[in-house]
Design a protein around this ligand. Structure first.
Ligand SMILES: *Cc1c(COP(=O)(O)O)cnc(C)c1O
Length: 372
């Protein structure tokens, strides 16, 4: 009888759109003893996660916790809880993840209004303003860091427009949180979700979320049950923050250990220091790539530090170069998604993967592979 061979994947250098490399202390945290999901010690860990997430999101929002599933479940949590059948939702689309929000809105039975911007560009506030003249949505949603295009979306002006129209403002911060400033309270964000495997540098598996008091009021006034049992906040929140912590589902214990430790490391480094590190290493990579003749997709003022989207230079095969990077150098970078499939590379400098050493390793490998 043959037995499957022992699990032993090759160590990679993760420089794609996530997951990113993980600090050894986070891996160590995951290997600490299992305890129960209602053990007072675990409740204390959950409280710690919530408190540290508030610091990272820069919010006082009481309802701030981590959904037990990946970033897309955070997206779904926000939409299925805030929308009821027949509600209108305006979704700004300038990449793959805006499209995903549209899909969920329709599955909620809500009326979708979408505003598109060309891929590689941010959404212009005037477009949102214009769209709001002919609809009255309950919420307006947008992606802060479009991982498919490398664009950093300015939020404040759009936030003001959205609130003037009496709508809630929902923001996807899956790629931005932990790598660049996200100011939930200052920017008037009513609902926000993120993921653990990008700039937080923990494994994929949890989705930090936060809701303003205005969003909480909307949740309380629902007339219909949330379509998803698993993501229904009226129940999930009692487990995370009720006076009596009640079982809803078994929290992924080890993943919460990982998030706890990753958040602790982020706050220990300091947010400003961490964001500066992301900017500096992005500049180092940019200078190296531009010297090799690469062109960025977004304009300089809208570039994400943690996700560098560049055009594949003519004469090089996408799959061949990325295959060689992985097989010969153990370096993973991302290919293009959607409109950019086969045309772009997406190079991540996220969290623990954002070091000078990572930049030098990638540039050296690319120079050897792309030597003509
Ligand atoms: C990665 C990502 C998601 C989806 O997160 P998953 O963890 O893959 O479910 C959503 N939005 C953005 C902007 C992302 O980069």
């Amino acid at each position: 009888m043959s037995v499957a061979k022992e699990l032993n994947p090759t160590a990679r250098i993760l420089m794609g759109p996530g997951p990113s490399d993980i600090h050894p202390q986070v891996l160590k945290a995951m290997a600490t003893p299992m305890i129960g999901h209602l053990d007072p010690q675990f409740i204390e860990i959950m409280d710690g996660v919530m408190e540290m997430l508030r610091k990272l999101f820069r919010t006082k929002n009481q309802l701030t916790f981590a959904v037990s599933a990946t970033g897309s479940a955070g997206m779904e949590t926000c939409l299925v809880n805030l929308l009821e059948p027949g509600d209108e939702a305006l979704i700004c689309v300038h990449g793959v993840f805006g499209n995903r929000m549209c899909d969920i809105v329709e599955r909620c039975g809500a009326k979708l209004i979408r505003v598109d911007a060309p891929w590689g560009n941010p959404m212009e506030p005037e477009k949102v303003q214009k769209a709001l003249e002919s609809c009255k949505p309950k919420l307006v949603a947008i992606v802060h860091a479009e991982t498919s295009t490398g664009v950093l979306q300015p939020l404040e002006e759009i936030s003001n427009i959205v609130h003037d129209a009496g709508a809630l403002f929902l923001v996807d911060t899956v790629t931005s949180l932990g790598g660049t400033d996200v100011r939930v309270d200052d920017w008037g964000i009513d609902a926000v979700y993120s993921g653990t495997q990008k700039c937080i540098s923990a494994p994929p598996g949890l989705s930090p979320v936060s809701f303003s008091t205005q969003a909480e009021e909307v949740l309380e006034k629902r007339k219909t049950k949330v379509q998803s049992w698993y993501l229904d906040l009226s129940m999930v929140r009692k487990y995370w923050s009720g006076a009596k912590r009640a079982y809803h589902h078994t929290a992924p214990i080890s993943m919460n250990y990982a998030l706890y430790e990753a958040l602790r490391l982020i706050l220990e480094e300091g947010l400003e220091t961490r964001f500066k590190r992301h900017r500096k290493n992005h500049e180092l990579l940019r200078d190296g790539l531009e010297a090799m003749g690469f062109e960025y997709i977004p304009a300089p003022e809208y570039r994400l530090p943690m996700l560098n989207a560049v055009k594949i230079p003519p004469g090089y095969d996408d799959a061949e170069v990325r295959g060689r990077l992985l097989n010969e150098y153990n370096i993973e970078i991302g290919g293009g998604l959607g409109d950019f499939a086969g045309k772009a590379w997406r190079i991540g400098l996220m969290g623990y993967s954002c070091t000078e050493n990572h930049v030098h390793m990638l540039l050296a490998a690319l120079q050897r592979i792309m030597k003509k």
